[in-house]
Design a protein around this ligand. Structure first.
Ligand SMILES: NC(=O)c1ccc[n+]([C@@H]2O[C@H](COP(=O)([O-])OP(=O)(O)OC[C@H]3O[C@@H](n4cnc5c(N)ncnc54)[C@H](O)[C@@H]3O)[C@@H](O)[C@H]2O)c1
Length: 334
């Protein structure tokens, strides 16, 4: 079967990971990679096999042989590059967050529809075995009702030039929340800027859902430690997820608390503590699964698991965060 010809634009931190993984997919021939920085091109020459390496994205858009473009540039460039790629008849895999505004995201979705091309957003966590296993755990009725989701996503940097820490790190949690639980009812953000004095470097995001399900997300570029941890509590079981643990990333605890309502005094909650289950997780890189899914969607003309519409929902949540920060209060999401 004919190989799909692809290109990657943006070879900073994330782009080379995309290139490395596309090179593993037998159905794909990577024909061009691009970065406006000559230094990035020089680095790419040392790491990757010979192919066109250019500082000019127009060369990619003008090449009719190229079927798809993967874009891993700063967020402020996403809209223009993706629009030009779609206009030139290419399928697009666009990094998160999809765009700087929901109006731009909607225009890309419309353009992809008009051109009959796949538009997928790089919500990488949805392709991780960990999140797939967590989804199964919380959908099992033995988990009980879900009570809370508490995420800590902090490290020192990496400061982004064009977006604040919420737009940089929270898209991961927002895409996970959308995938597992759908949209929240309201969002409230507290944040602060200390180094740049312009962009938030620390933020605490509070989200409320129906049925008393609450979420908290702590994102920071000013932490001495890199922490990627999520706790999800249910009425019967609880999950801990440490994404940077070398093994045993997910633990499912048979722990819960109940209160005998008839015994108000003395107040005596009953704590239940049972087994801890540690599921086996695939060692496959989530990014490789994501790229294979993109290729599958192009070949079969299927809607991706992280479609343009899913990217739009994440951008809408980010806009609600901005609104909450300006208004200094909880804002309705829907
Ligand atoms: N899916 C994930 O898990 C994940 C992880 C990290 C970053 N990202 C996303 O990837 C994107 C890039 O992030 P990064 O950390 O690699 O940024 P980066 O700043 O390290 O790299 C961006 C690169 O894009 C190049 N560039 C800028 N404008 C360009 C243009 N018009 N044409 C061609 N090249 C251009 C820059 O020279 C730079 O080399 C962001 O959207 C980020 O949110 C996603």
């Amino acid at each position: 079967m004919k190989k799909l010809k692809g290109a990657v634009i943006g070879l900073g931190y994330w782009g080379p990971n995309i290139v490395r993984n596309f090179l593993k997919i037998p159905d794909v021939e990577l024909v061009s990679i691009c970065d406006i920085s000559k230094k990035s091109i020089e680095n790419a020459k040392l790491s990757f096999p010979p192919m066109e390496m250019t500082t000019d994205p127009d060369k990619i858009f003008a090449n009719d042989e190229i079927d798809f473009v993967s874009i891993a540039t700063p967020v402020s460039t996403h809209f223009e590059l993706a629009l030009r790629a779609l206009d030139s008849g290419k399928h697009v895999l666009l990094e998160k967050p999809m765009t700087l505004s929901s109006s731009e995201a909607k225009k890309l979705i419309k353009k992809a529809e008009m051109m009959n091309k796949i538009l997928m957003v790089g919500h990488t966590f949805l392709y991780a075995d960990s999140i797939q296993k967590i989804k199964k755990m919380i959908e099992n009725k033995n988990f009980g009702e879900v009570l809370y989701f508490d995420s800590t996503r902090v490290n020192l940097g990496k400061f982004q030039s064009d977006v604040n820490v919420v737009w940089d790190l929270a898209p991961h949690d927002f895409s996970i929340l959308q995938y597992l639980f759908g949209s929240p009812q309201s969002i409230h953000v507290l944040g602060s800027s200390h180094i740049s004095k312009k962009k938030l470097e620390i933020a605490h995001i509070y989200l409320k859902y129906t049925n008393n399900f609450i979420c908290h997300i702590h994102v920071s570029w000013l932490s001495p430690l890199k922490i990627r941890s999520i706790l999800i509590g249910g009425t019967k079981k609880m999950i801990s997820y440490d994404d940077i643990a070398p093994s045993e990333k997910i633990k499912l605890y048979e722990k819960s608390v109940s209160i005998n309502k008839s015994e108000v005094t003395p107040f005596s909650p009953a704590y239940r503590s049972g087994n801890v289950i540690i599921p086996h997780l695939s060692q496959k890189e989530a990014l490789l699964t994501e790229l294979e899914h993109f290729v599958y969607c192009i070949k079969k003309n299927k809607k991706p698991l992280s479609s343009g519409e899913d990217g739009l929902e994440v951008v809408k949540m980010l806009e609600a965060c901005d609104k909450s920060l300006v208004m200094k209060k909880e804002v309705s999401y829907v």
